[in-house]
Design a binder for this molecule. Sequence first.
Ligand code: SF4
Length: 121
Amino acid sequence: MEISPVQLEELVHEKIKEAGDEGIAQTELATALGVSNKELSSALKKLILKRLVLKRSMKVDGKNVVKLFAVARDYSRIVVNVKSMHDVPCFTCNILSKCGNGSQIGPHNCPKLASWLISQL
Ligand code: SF4
């Protein structure tokens, strides 16, 4: 039985949601759903444009892996007071692109961010 692009998109979204905080690699997802990478890429593009899914690069066993994560719908409706964030060091950080989970530097061990957080107490 063949499924429509809309059904595939829904199926892909559900599978990514099931992966939860662990996320799921695109190849793993294609295998789990029994679809080609081309079919999967098309569905993913739509989900990413709708901001329902995001891709994040992370280190797994020392290797860089791009994983897919479901975005909670409520995230798009969070209202943030920008005044409270204007001096967060990450906004002017020159190594922002290298910062994150699985990287050598990240919010978990950043001295600049730690100092700023302490200064906010
Ligand atoms: S956590 Fe530290 S290294 Fe990462 S972006 Fe913020 S200031 Fe830069």
